[in-house]
Design a protein around this ligand. Structure first.
Ligand code: 26A
Length: 356
């Protein structure tokens, strides 16, 4: 199986230097199943959505902590993708940055990264707590209510420190979670320009419908630098609506984004749109538009879908870092997505599965 057959050895790393640098909002997931339905109606939340907490949601965290029995799990969409990629790649291949507080939540996130071999290169705030995401699980849906807290205090100055510059210099691939654009366009562009100017590869994830909807300008600023764009069908539709596209289908939007202007014009942009259990669509510039079926998982096997999209992106990018052809990248993405769905939250199983 091409480059994936090199997993576990160092042969998949080109000259020993293929490394992924990811940036996003580090969050601790506070995950609730029993009692979730009631909270959805109490706080007027959609069952399958991701939002930033407003003042009307502030009480939910305390309510969950004191009246229910939540699971505390490492989250943050970009961080989930970094951990998933690292599950596959040789140890020491992935570094992740974002802003956290100086507290136990941050320690839980570091432990989860350590377990997968991800280096935590956090920007640490002393006076602001680590961000949290309340995850309400109902059936196969999950509703995410996020309080970014320290995550939104990330500063571009962190990227300009000698240590972080070195990490960026050592990276061959970059990953930016779209959620980061709620506050971090300056830092995202710093990473994107470095990637583009040094002929490296930048991947970007649309992350949630509200990102292309309400952060359209930021998305439009970043996409020219992106070599790979990930999204799902509802994010694609939101992108189509905010950009006035007639064709709002996964295929139509994939093709549109793949053909937008590009700073690195030498390589085609790859756009990957997942559609849950339906086929994944991949557009490569104006060259190809291909669909890849997803192997169905029995309903009973599904534990919760939180983080499945992040794991799918992680599998794709890991295989891409190893130099695998696109069908193998999609296949590994699907495998990690399926493994994640069978765990609580954004986790992958141990002992590690045979992925070949
Ligand atoms: C800015 N927002 C809203 C967010 C997030 C987020 N990660 C970064 N920024 N809202 C939810 N998440 C994370 O998404 C994962 C599932 O894809 C959650 O922490 C969850 O683990």
């Amino acid at each position: 199986m091409g480059r994936l057959a090199d997993l576990g050895s160092n042969r998949g790393r080109q000259n020993g230097v293929s490394k992924l640098f990811a940036i996003g909002n580090p969050l601790l997931d506070i995950s609730v199943t029993e009692g979730a339905e009631k909270l959805l109606s109490q706080y007027a939340l959609k069952s399958n959505d991701a939002i930033l907490a407003g003042p009307e949601h502030t009480a939910i965290y305390e309510q969950v902590r004191t009246t229910l029995k939540p699971l505390y799990l490492a989250g943050g969409a970009g961080q989930n993708t970094a951990r998933a990629a690292s599950y596959v790649l040789p140890a020491g291949s992935v570094v992740y940055t974002g802003s956290v507080g100086s507290d136990n939540f941050a320690n839980t996130l570091r432990e989860a990264n350590d377990k997968e071999g991800v280096e935590s290169a956090y920007y640490v705030r002393q006076d602001t707590p680590t961000g949290a995401c309340c995850v309400l699980i109902t059936g196969h849906d999950r509703s995410l209510v996020t309080n970014l807290a320290a995550a939104q205090e990330f500063s571009v100055d962190h990227l300009r420190t000698p240590q972080m510059k070195q990490r960026m210099d050592e990276a061959s691939h970059f990953y930016i979670g779209g959620f980061f654009l709620t506050h971090g366009i300056e830092s995202a562009l710093e990473v994107a320009k470095h990637s583009s100017q040094s002929g490296k590869t930048l991947a970007f994830n649309l992350s949630a419908p509200f990102i292309p909807q309400f952060f359209k300008d930021q998305v439009d600023q970043l996409i020219p630098y992106a070599d790979i764009v990930f999204g799902n069908e509802s994010e694609a539709e939101a992108y189509a609506q905010s950009h006035g596209l007639e064709d709002t289908s996964a295929k139509g939007v994939a093709k549109h984004i793949a053909n937008l202007s590009k700073t690195n014009s030498g390589k085609d942009r790859i756009v990957v749109i997942t559609q849950g259990a339906l086929e994944t669509v991949v557009a490569v510039g104006d060259k190809s538009l291909t669909s890849f079926p997803v192997s169905p998982l029995s309903k009973d096997a599904i534990v919760d879908t939180n983080g499945a999209g992040d794991a799918t992106a992680g599998g794709f990018i890991a295989a891409f870092v190893l130099g695998s052809p696109i069908p193998e990248c999609v296949q590994l993405g699907h495998k990690l997505g399926a493994l994640c769905i069978q765990q609580n939250g954004p986790q992958l199983p141990y002992p590690k599965q045979n992925l070949l």
